[in-house]
Design a protein around this ligand. Structure first.
Ligand code: ATP
Ligand code: MG
Length: 455
């Protein structure tokens, strides 16, 4: 350990299990450090997701020392050590070989020098190591970059992006998670090498894009646009950034409006994807009439495009389905009657959109208003607040808005002699109509009577 000049005055709270692993490795004559994201996050006062450990011990030596291990990534030198009921990735110091494919090294080579291992890491803030007895090893001024709030590559940016193009997207995602700026030299390299993101698998792009989307600064999607990154990984966003909205309802173009909407929904997967994609159909639906822009049918066009985008990113089917439903309905409003907005209109809206996503729909509609002009707000926000309050009533009182929730089923229909076949569906639809109009009629004996009249 003596060869490193650690910053001793730097102390980081290290969890007990991690301390134990570090000291067992040291006790066996090896070097060991917490490294990467956990050190960065601990310095920033953020709670690290996981604690990674880097060591001079070879994978086999790690396996010999610890009782409970798992071969998670032996080809990269990683062994998972179980400690206190949790798993910790312990990786041997390594040097990455040539990158001929722009994705992964052709080979990896172990080394006994920590600094060599830190050199292969992407950004200076991710290239620090810490051990309680040695202190902080910061060979590339990660601390300085944390102070300057700056994302910058370890070494020469162009070369580092050339090795692994995913780092381009990672730079922007870290800037969004931490509220940092990407340094000028790193930005220049991104502009030049963004097209090489073509080589990166959809799964890896998905992971980074989702982290950017769920971050505290989803507006960094606009940086990704300016640097030529979305053009490769999400060209639909470029079309949104380049789509004006010349209407009194809006004050931003579609891209900027989308960013505002993302910022106003909670950082959760489904709703953030829905916010990102809610107006994706607008560029294709734009129609200029009497000097104003109209976007008829954009929600429906957008819901189909959302499916395409998410399939391309290898999103799971359940998320695709829910996001595309939300995009499809985001512009729907309960139909006003001659008496204005009524509880019945809201019940019908919940029936149509679905109780399972209504809460998310309301979040999206609210955020959509926040990204509009004052005129746009004035035109509809009061009515939105009424709908929300009525929806809360529906939930609180358990008011039926779907056939599934009705106090009467297809089975009951058959029992009273309804013929099998499509008639069953028609009668249930008619009963649903009655219940939507008169919620108090959702009682089995009443619905049996009504059903008898219908069969
Ligand atoms: P988080 O886990 O919060 O997303 P992290 O910094 O821990 O952030 P990981 O992807 O878990 O990121 O990677 C752990 C560490 O491995 C990084 O901090 C970095 O040092 C290194 N690393 C990860 N991916 C790359 C890469 N593509 N190129 C170079 N180094 C990388
Ligand atoms: Mg991590």
């Amino acid at each position: 350990m003596k060869q490193y000049n650690g910053k001793k005055d730097f102390t980081i709270e290290v969890p007990k299990n991690v301390k134990t692993i570090l000291s067992i490795l040291e006790g066996n004559g090896f070097e060991a450090f917490a490294v990467g994201g956990c050190v960065r996050d601990a310095i920033l006062g953020r709670v690290p997701d996981d604690w990674d450990i880097t060591t001079s011990a070879l994978p086999q030596q790690v396996k010999d020392i610890f009782h409970k291990t798992l071969d998670t990534g032996l080809q990269h030198g990683t062994v998972t050590v179980r400690m206190g009921g949790e798993g910790y990735e312990v990786t041997t110091y390594r040097i990455d070989g040539e990158y001929t494919d722009g994705r992964h090294p052709d080979s990896v080579e172990y080394t006994s020098n920590l600094i060599e291992d830190l050199k292969r890491r992407d950004f200076t803030i991710n290239a620090m190591a810490y051990n309680p007895s040695v202190g902080l090893i910061d060979a590339f001024d990660g601390i300085g970059d944390i102070e300057r709030k700056c994302i910058t590559c370890v070494g020469e940016a162009e070369q580092r992006f050339h090795e692994d193009a995913l780092r381009i997207l990672r730079a922007i995602r870290f800037s969004a998670q931490l509220g940092f700026e990407v340094s000028e030299s790193t930005k220049e390299a991104i502009k030049k090498l963004a097209p090489t993101l073509e080589k990166i698998s959809a799964e890896r792009i998905h992971t980074e894009m989702e982290k950017l989307l769920l971050s505290g600064h989803p507006e960094k999607f606009m940086d990704a646009y300016e640097l030529g990154v979305t053009e490769i990984v999400f060209p639909e966003f470029d079309a949104m950034m380049e789509c004006p909205q010349n209407t009194p309802y809006h004050k931003y173009d579609v891209g900027r409006h989308t960013v505002e909407v993302m910022k106003h929904v909670p950082p959760q997967k489904v709703i953030r994807w829905a916010a990102l994609l809610h107006d994706v159909g607008k560029p294709k639906s734009r129609l200029v009439k009497d000097g104003r822009d109209h976007f008829y049918g954009h929600a429906h066009v957008g819901s189909k495009m959302a499916v395409e985008v998410l399939r391309r990113l290898k999103m799971d089917n359940k998320t695709i389905k829910t996001v595309s439903r939300l995009v499809d309905c985001h512009d729907d409003r309960p139909t006003q009657t001659e008496y204005g907005m009524t509880p019945e209109a809201v019940r019908r809206s919940v029936h149509k959109i679905g109780k399972d996503i209504y809460e998310l729909y309301l979040q999206l509609v609210d955020a959509d208003f926040q990204g509009k002009s004052d005129y746009g707000m004035e035109k509809g926000y009061d009515s939105y607040c009424y709908v929300k309050q009525q929806y809360e009533e529906i939930v609180a009182q358990g008011i039926c808005t779907s056939i599934k929730e009705m106090d009467f089923s297809g089975k009951d229909l058959i029992e009273i002699g309804c013929p099998l076949g499509e008639k069953i569906g028609f009668v249930l639809d008619d009963l649903m109509e009655i219940v939507l109009k008169y919620p108090e009629k959702n009682k089995k004996e009443i619905l049996i009577e009504e059903a008898r009249k219908l069969i």
